[in-house]
Design a protein around this ligand. Structure first.
Ligand SMILES: Cc1ncc(C[n+]2csc(CCOP(=O)(O)OP(=O)(O)O)c2C)c(N)n1
Ligand SMILES: [Mg+2]
Length: 508
């Protein structure tokens, strides 16, 4: 009975999509070829008297209809309204408001986001007080303009708060967002996050995951000296991103994450969090096939390994699928988006929901991890980003992490791109970018939280630019001191990020 009902509905849906028109309560002859799992076909021919209008309303969305396009959730227009109090405060204190706005826009230029900075850009003319006719001891009401913990104070107080928010070890670019509501929301998140402390459990977990990643790299470096492992040393805080990303997603009701990732730190993530069996990896690193002995085959290189697992987080199940990695950098990004969309379609989510007014509901989330050089250098990223909000391609916003170790094999940023940041391509779709110093893993966690919340709220792409460094050569077998002596003078004089408890980093 269910099979017949299913067939009727499926047939009807296909006919509707092909443009076949039915009259209400018309007797329809369905002739179908059914395939069963024993591999042969049998014909079925039966009549069905269907109450078509009711069926149509309840179960089927036309591809094009008055309700919109099947598989597409139109975005709401800009309905942002500034409260009258806030507006009054802004108008009365317009010079101060201009200054705060400029800080939100340009503060990132003097942020301390580069752990291996060679040059220092501390003067940013756009946020010099003289431009706004302000003096340090002028007093203003902050309410309606700033999301500071104090309601009023001097310009010096405001500068110290803005500095802590936008010119610290984390910063953001968001002033170009096209919707005023998003700009205001972003400023609020940044300013509230600046005064928040992470709880003890989060900090302990963060330290644990980073140390695990480092111990894994040390082990591989000792046991498999001649193997290319593309280690995560210098970028350990990417584990902070992943921990927070998976936790916050599971807590928010995400059920599936479809992700793509290049070589850097991939083995660390696979074995550390995505339950990839270390024994299988070690077999491969020893030169033995990753398949069981009775299978006469060998697979791809270790850095293309993949995983598809159920994680249990706070009693919730989060399925994480990492798509297989090709050598061709960034090529997996559109594949991961396509897979995300296909999963959303299977689960009838967002634009595929049978309820016409449904919005993206974030059950399936796309995560894209990039290398700094590959992201700015590969044209496929421009193509993928431009598809990110196109009907029938969009996935309700992807979260992007750029593991920015400031080298692409041997190429430093100033020889590999013209843009200021490796993530500047994000601006073609006006996507916000959070820049964070990888030496401050707690800031990485905060940036990840804001990124996930933005994606969830606005269903648009967002980027985290994790500024870090590469402790060894590109694949540990090359000598970077020969190709990049200036950078490696700085790197070799440093200690590992997880070993700096006295400096307040992971200090539990
Ligand atoms: C399309 C493509 N071009 C070139 C390469 C060769 N290649 C492999 S890794 C790499 C450097 C990538 O740098 P980045 O994206 O910054 O990642 P990192 O290794 O620094 O993490 C290059 C050029 C490749 N694999 N794919
Ligand atoms: Mg790089």
């Amino acid at each position: 009975m269910f099979e017949i009902l299913f067939l009727r509905l499926g047939q009807y849906a296909r006919c509707v999509r092909k443009g076949v028109r039915f009259k209400p309560c018309q007797t329809v002859l369905f002739k179908s070829v059914l395939s069963d799992n024993r591999g042969y076909s049998r014909s079925a021919c039966f009549h069905a008297r269907l109450c078509l209008p009711r069926l149509h309303d309840c179960y089927v969305r036309n591809y094009h209809s008055n309700f919109g396009v099947y598989g597409f959730c139109p975005r709401k227009g800009n309905t942002h309204k500034v409260s009258s109090d806030a507006l009054e405060s802004k108008i009365k204190q317009s010079n101060f408001y201009r200054f705060v706005t400029a800080y939100r826009q340009h503060g990132h230029k003097k942020a301390n986001i580069n752990p291996i900075a060679i040059t220092d850009e501390s003067i940013v003319p756009e946020i010099e007080l003289g431009y706004y006719g302000l003096k340090e001891n002028d007093r203003f009401t902050f309410s309606g303009i700033l999301y500071a913990p104090i309601a009023e104070g001097t310009v010096a107080d405001a500068i110290s708060f803005l500095q802590k928010t936008y010119s610290n070890t984390m910063s953001a670019e968001f002033s170009y967002l096209e919707d005023a509501e998003e700009v205001e929301w972003f400023a609020q998140q940044m300013e509230q996050s600046a005064v928040e402390e992470l709880d003890r459990d989060t900090r302990r977990n963060l330290a644990k995951e980073m140390l695990k990643s480092q111990a894994f790299d040390n082990y591989l470096a000792t046991k498999f000296v001649t193997v290319k492992r593309y280690g995560g040393e210098g970028a350990e805080s990417m584990m902070g991103f992943f921990t927070e990303f998976f936790n916050t997603s599971a807590n928010a009701g995400v059920e599936q994450v479809i992700m793509c990732m290049p070589h850097r730190g991939r083995l660390n993530l696979l074995t550390g969090m995505l339950l990839f069996p270390p024994a299988q990896l070690f077999r491969k690193l020893k030169g033995i096939s990753e398949f069981p002995e009775y299978v006469k085959a060998t697979g791809d290189v270790p850095s293309h390994f993949t995983s598809s697992v159920d994680l249990t987080i706070n009693g919730k199940t989060l399925h994480v699928t990492m798509v297989p990695g090709p050598s061709h950098l960034e090529a997996a990004n559109p594949v991961s988006m396509g897979k995300t969309r296909a999963r959303q379609q299977t689960l009838k989510q967002g634009g595929y929901c049978q309820i016409h007014s449904a919005e993206w509901n974030n059950k399936v989330l796309n995560l894209q991890v990039h290398g700094d050089a590959a992201f700015s250098g590969q044209g496929v990223n421009q193509e993928t980003l431009e598809l990110s909000m196109v009907p029938h391609f969009e996935v309700g916003g992807s979260v992007h992490l750029a593991v920015n170790n400031q080298l692409g094999f041997t190429t430093p940023p100033d020889r590999g791109r013209s843009s200021r940041y490796c993530t500047d391509l994000a601006k073609i779709i006006s996507a916000p970018v959070l820049h964070v110093n990888g030496d401050f893993p707690e800031m990485v966690v905060k940036a990840t939280r804001i990124a996930c919340e933005y994606q969830r709220k606005f269903h648009k792409d967002i980027f985290v630019d994790l500024n870090c460094y590469r402790r060894w050569g590109h694949n540990e077998l090359d000598d970077p001191t020969f190709t990049n002596p200036a950078i490696y003078n700085i790197i070799q004089a440093r200690r590992y990020v997880c070993r700096c408890p006295s400096e307040g980093r992971c200090n539990d």
